[in-house]
Write a new protein. Structure first.
Ligand code: FE2
Length: 382
């Protein structure tokens, strides 16, 4: 493990991963864009259920005749929801094939031209050459490359821009502004790729993007009756961008990763993990607003403290909410997974609170499985 120990219970975003090469300095995630069937309604959902705030809008009223986009934000997390306005839009093809899903993982950079040059020089397939756009608030340079499936990375250079979002967008003022729920920033974003493709994409992030591998687990770590997967976690140099890459593994039943690949019809973003400073408050708020989470058997909590040791929180509210706990050498973490937020069983969110731990909760896979078995045992159906 290459990361230094955390001294406080908040995540230190400046973890240094020495093996990562910073020919591509990334300042953070700029935005995540989903292509969806009905952006107006999706925007309402993310405001109402997840507490995102209205930021910017682009569409017919701003002179965009092909596409409508709503930009929402909560602390550092920026979502863009886009829908096509015409049948012939390429966004339609994306939605027909994949359903709603993440199209763009945009990365904030100081120099989008250099980011494009450095990555395409190392073998990235270009999506968009460096392109300048401007309005009365300054100019932005954007460039883009392809990654797994039909997902793309856009590099956004906005140091000469002080508008609301990007040129072409206007401020979105709304009278409906539900309270935020305490989501702070994107902790990691996970990509699911097809059988035998994990190492190809791990190599892509290493060679093309200069990332380093910080963690791996294989099917012996994460194999249950219900799901089996292999995963490697790639991080950029300053640790602000972490991309675990999963591929399915053979299990006794169909892997959850395989199910994703089947329904998304290819590789894509599986989950967006968002950080909070108070997971009990955040998840209480999300549940009261109708966000649905994965079921955790109460038997999970019978043995969890034997596994993870002492924690600051009372166990009872964690149990009531279904929040999971895991520990590594550096501390512990609290996490919970939503059910898929789309019609297809594809993308979901993770809510995570780190208390020192820099890992991703792998101990919970086995613990969850064993607790399901204990429930079966109680019912005499094992
Ligand atoms: Fe995760």
């Amino acid at each position: 493990m290459t990361m230094t120990a955390s001294t406080s219970d908040t995540l230190n975003l400046e973890k240094i991963v020495p093996e990562a090469q910073d020919f591509l300095p990334l300042l953070g995630t700029d935005y995540v864009e989903l292509y969806v069937g009905n952006a107006k309604q999706a925007a309402h959902f993310y405001k109402t259920a997840f507490g995102f705030q209205s930021v910017a809008y682009s569409g017919l009223e701003t002179g965009n005749k092909d596409k409508v986009s709503y930009v929402l934000q909560q602390d550092k997390i920026r979502l863009v929801l886009s829908s096509p306005l015409r049948a012939e839009s390429p966004i339609n093809e994306h939605i027909v094939k994949h359903g709603d899903g993440v199209k763009v993982v945009a990365l904030w950079v100081d120099d989008a031209t250099k980011a494009w040059e450095e990555t395409t020089k190392r073998g990235a397939e270009s999506f968009m050459e460096p392109t300048k756009s401007e309005d009365e608030n300054g100019h932005v340079i954007q460039s883009g490359i392809h990654t797994y499936g039909e997902t793309i990375h856009i590099f956004v250079e906005r140091k000469n821009y002080n508008g609301t979002f990007l040129p072409g967008f206007k401020e979105w003022k709304s009278d409906y502004n539900p309270e935020p729920v305490g989501l702070k920033y994107i902790d990691h974003m996970v990509g699911n790729v097809g059988w035998g493709e994990m190492n190809k994409w791990v190599d892509f992030y290493a060679k093309v993007m200069g990332f380093a591998q910080i963690i791996s687990f294989d099917d012996k770590d994460i194999s249950t009756e219900y799901t089996a997967l292999m995963s490697k976690v790639m991080s950029n140099g300053n640790g602000r961008i972490k991309f675990p890459i999963n591929e399915p593994a053979e299990g006794r039943k169909k892997s959850q990763i395989e199910e994703y690949i089947d329904f998304y019809e290819g590789a894509g973003v599986q989950h967006i993990a968002v950080a909070t400073d108070n997971i009990i408050e955040t998840v209480t708020a999300l549940q009261s607003r109708g966000v649905e989470f994965l079921y955790v058997p109460s038997t999970y909590y019978e043995t969890v403290l034997d596994r993870v040791g002492e924690i600051d929180e009372d166990l009872e509210p964690l149990k009531e909410l279904g929040i999971l706990i895991d520990r590594d050498d550096e501390g512990y973490l609290l996490q919970i997974f939503t059910k898929p937020v789309l019609d297809r069983p594809t993308m979901f969110f993770e809510i995570i609170q780190r208390k020192g731990a820099q890992s991703f909760g792998k101990g919970n896979f086995k613990a969850l499985f064993e607790s399901i078995e204990r429930e079966q045992e109680l019912r005499g159906t094992l």
